[in-house]
Design a protein around this ligand. Structure first.
Ligand code: AMP
Length: 125
């Protein structure tokens, strides 16, 4: 798998506003925030998409969610709540092919979080 911009952040080749780091994971502020608090939680091991997660990596991916809960506690968002999102491939809206959990916090979030793309509406297809 070719390196993404997230590998460069892990290797400190480009800057990021890092909020959490351990042996397995790194979390940093999203450069284009969609909520008052928007961080990306990534594994240090590069995995391109959710489809590429192996059985051996299940614990690592679970760890990303524990990291999210820890960041929520450390930044005061645990009680009021937040949203965790992983986008997969084109229709999921994935643009960086190194899996990441989006953590969105700091305001009430709407649901559903998207507008249907009419041309892909199965009812009309
Ligand atoms: P996704 O579209 O789910 O793949 O999410 C990729 C996210 O990475 C987007 O929300 C971007 O704003 C964010 N992003 C891209 N480059 C950087 C960067 N250098 N530092 C922080 N966030 C970034």
């Amino acid at each position: 798998m070719s390196d993404t911009i997230f590998t460069k952040i892990i290797n400190r080749e480009i800057p990021a506003d890092i909020v959490y780091e351990d042996d397995l994971a790194l979390a940093f502020k999203d450069i284009n925030p969609q909520a008052p608090f928007h961080v990306l939680i990534i594994p240090k091991q590069a995995i391109a998409t959710v489809n590429d997660i192996t059985q051996e990596q299940r614990e690592l991916v679970g760890h990303l969610y524990w990291v999210a809960s820890e960041i929520a506690r450390q930044n005061g968002y645990a009680s009021e709540g937040y949203r965790l999102v992983m986008n997969c491939n084109e229709f999921g809206g994935q643009t960086v092919y190194h899996i990441h959990v989006h953590m969105l916090a700091g305001k009430p979030l709407g649901w559903p979080p998207y507008q249907e793309r009419i041309k892909h509406n199965p009812v009309e297809a």
